[in-house]
Design a protein around this ligand. Sequence first.
Ligand SMILES: C[S@@+](CC[C@H](N)C(=O)[O-])C[C@H]1O[C@@H](n2cnc3c(N)ncnc32)[C@H](O)[C@@H]1O
Ligand SMILES: [Zn+2]
Length: 304
Amino acid sequence: MAMSCWQTDKSRVKLVLMKNILDFLACQKCLGELSEEKEKIVCKKCGSSFDLKNNKYYFTQVKKDINPSTDIKITDSKKWTEWRKKNFVFFETELKNIPFGSYVLDIGAGKAHFKTLLKNMNYLAMDFFDYEPINVVTDITKQLPFQSNKFDCLILSNVLEHVSEPQALLKECLRILKKDGILLMTVPFFIKIHQEPYDFYRYTPFCFEYLLSQAGFVKTRVENIGDIFDIYKVIKKELFNVVNQNLTKNIKSRYLRIIPRVFLKIFEISINTVFQIIKSLKIFTKAKKEKTNYSHGYGIVAKK
Ligand SMILES: C[S@@+](CC[C@H](N)C(=O)[O-])C[C@H]1O[C@@H](n2cnc3c(N)ncnc32)[C@H](O)[C@@H]1O
Ligand SMILES: [Zn+2]
């Protein structure tokens, strides 16, 4: 069986960072042209100035209440959840349609863990927290600091649920995309609250269609990523963690604590096995609605 590509060796991947970033950037306030001065970029039109530190352009200061991701699992693909692996496959498939050398902006890129897929692109990463791979630090609920009609492809991976004004962001995405440019998004539907307080929405496919057409995108495709079995795995993991902690918290002896844990493990393995068997029987192909209406999340492709 072919090895899935999310298992590729990241250390060998060299990312091409866009060289002429200033040709793409614009003043966040008036979209005027910018010029670079010592540790600053200055708007030629309105005179606003923004910081340039360690090769990062700061259009906003990093807010104190952001809960940055410290999850090392994000960068180590071997530890990825089913959701992340399936996200990777979605982007891998869709990015095959984007020609090498295209200008790609990763919006809310975080630690840019899908960058292995973008090694042949002119890549730029943006976020409101200044993670190491981020080039442009800005709040995406505001006007995006880019000139219009500049990018071939935009990536929003697990970001739309964190944005208080999704409609305004999608309109901005349309503005900075070239004609026929592509927006690729993944958005979880079933996921715990995370990166609070910046976690605002869970969407349905109908909502994506609505928001994207209202924003002016001409063609939209929404596909399910993950199914009811993936959701079950997520709930089961959380549930067993909670039960495990509660079951043993009043038992003083380290050795006695092992007994309920062993029983719990046996129980967990047994139901895992039952579900594996049920899944292999493929009875859910008959129960199509249960399969599709319980999607773990969605992959969306929209064209300008
Ligand atoms: C769940 S993480 C996803 C990160 C990455 N795209 C991924 O798929 O792993 C959401 C990202 O959106 C960023 N984000 C949330 N709200 C934002 C905002 N208003 N402006 C800019 N970035 C934001 C967060 O800092 C975080 O890196
Ligand atoms: Zn300006």
